[in-house]
Design a protein. Sequence first.
Lengths: 328, 372
Amino acid sequence: MSRVIEFRDALCEAMTEEMVRDERVFLMGEEVAEYDGAYKVSRGMLEQFGSRRVIDTPISESGFSGLGIGAAMHGLRPIIEFMSWSFSLVAADPILNNAPKMLYMSGGQFGCPIVFRGNDGAGGQLGSTHSWCVESLYANVPGLKMAIPAFPSDAKGLLKTAIRDDDPVFFLESERLLALKGEVDEDPELLIPFGTANIPREGTDCTLVSFGRPVHFCLEAAEELAGQNISCEVIDGRSIRPLDVPTITRSVRKTNACVVVDQSWPFASIASEVAATVSEQCFDDLDHPVVRVNSDDVPAPYAFDLEQEMLPNARKICQAVRTATYSS
Amino acid sequence: MPITKAFTTEIDYVSILDEHGNFDAQLGSDLISNDELVQLYEQMLTSRRFDEVAFKLQRSGRMGTYPQNMGQEATSLGAAFALEPHDWLVPCYRENTGLFHRGLPMEYILLHWMGDERGNQIPRELFMTPLAIPIGTQMLHATGLAWASKYRGESNIACTFFGDGATSEGDFHEAMNFAANLDIPVIFFCQNNHWAISVPGHIQCSAPTVAQRGVAYGMDCVQCDGNDIFAVTKVVKDAAQRARDNNRPTFIEAVTYRLGDHTTADDARRYRDEEEVEMWKTRDPMIRMRDHLKSLNLWNDSKEAAATEKAETLVAEAVKRAEEIAEQPVSEIFDSMYNTIDDPEMIRQRQTMRTSSIGQDPTQVESTEQVN
Ligand SMILES: Cc1ncc(C[n+]2csc(CCOP(=O)(O)OP(=O)(O)O)c2C)c(N)n1
Ligand SMILES: [Mg+2]
């Protein structure tokens, strides 16, 4: 049975169900308890689970990240909420230097089954320091997994998978999508494995690969291009680490064109990684070099129009597809 | 209105056996039995021997950088002794004596500094975490470990070790604040050895004691003579009690001194006075303990000779085990990356021993398709 719910409630359901299922899971972060989360993602959870398992913390990102790592090392399954991934930068040492390396550096003795989650990405006119898209920066680090849902159903299924995963998972939510509504299955075993991309729209002329919020811009662009007789196949990667390469290459072998849309900065980005991989594996299938659409290489501007222009959008994507398919 | 005092405080200083041999029988009588005292002394002796040998191994190119523990043995040893075997020991890198006391085979520490990660593969039943080289990070891990124990309804607590320099790190303050405000049963054990490499203590802390930093967090805090095994044992026992009974953390400042260089890569003569070092040599925790044992008729020169010989043998055997361990096969390079991974790309990397580019591995296209 499925029903239509908001993205934020899908996240809340995922956490709630997993906390009911597994006593080892707890939620910790700034404002997660009394306030129901800065973005109301943990609504009702304090009431249901009490302050032992839904914990308001001091404003210490490094503090609760490191504490969560210690708790994970001793058998618990922390969910650590960053109000925004932008604030995770002050916790760089625990999240990048400890969590993803703990298992490796202890020769397998100390696992680190922890979920770091929170709002990622620009678009809310929050100014540059609060508008980080951390995916390219963090995905570079081996030992972590990274999931980035674009739809409510995936938000729930991926978060449940993240909580059950035995390794550290960086879970990137877009605040811009939290009110998005969609069908979500009520099945408590709704688990979406990492490394399985989804194809929300099939097509024949160009493959659009994206992750998180820009998947919606891709769908918008695909709709517009359909009116111009260009048929786009949209791939929603759903997880960045692991990356579902076979689904991408299969599609490119069919369409012979590829555009990658990534909301992080262009230099050494997720788009660069996908473009390189597609170029390596589908060199003979491509009619045009892979085209990348990233955010512009500037700090996120504060002003509305400037910020919108900085981010990937349907117009830029349409242009990229026309280039990749020689139809401009 | 007159100005009144919002708050005043005093910091206790605990000393039981001082460098002149004065022993406070009232405080010290039931802390350590005679048998235990002899054992602890032998462990100090072994650790000191280990230090000497490790130093020589480095100098002769058989080991990498090594931080000597010399002069600070009583701190981690007293703490490990005072705690239960299932309490977490969360070290930085100068706690060999306590780790050995808990049961860590000595070759682990050698392997670590020889550049072999298997030295960090610490058996889970020892309840200790790998050496933490980034300064300060382990205090948060300790807080989390203790948090987890409390959450799980277990009786074990955590004790984390760090230096005076580490109290300048943000992680220290965040860990202390967390532990105090969220009632976490963790002991913060600062080994104030007066130096952070070449930087003297007053650059890290302008207050008269480091211990009083705990006051700001509403935490019990105490200073003790870190070269006095009795004092260390007492303050850790008291702190453990507080943690176990009331989930309250304690901040301990153990005043000690690094008799050696910071590490084998350092030459401390460049920045500190010889008189200072000479003065601290008279406060050496080992000498003090030996004299005390002698005064109790528990020790004599022949016992000393026998114990020294035993220590030499133990250390030599550990060196042998460390040096003779089979080399880690390169094929293990991808091991312990993830607990669970079914990503075809990771599987390919393992199978082909190649990391990323197709240019390095022409089978890449084939293998990813096969797995799929
Ligand atoms: C985050 C970080 N910064 C700097 C260093 C380099 N470093 C290694 S040991 C050390 C001094 C530490 O002094 P202290 O905490 O007093 O410990 P001690 O070595 O005296 O026991 C420094 C700066 C490091 N390892 N990690
Ligand atoms: Mg120091």
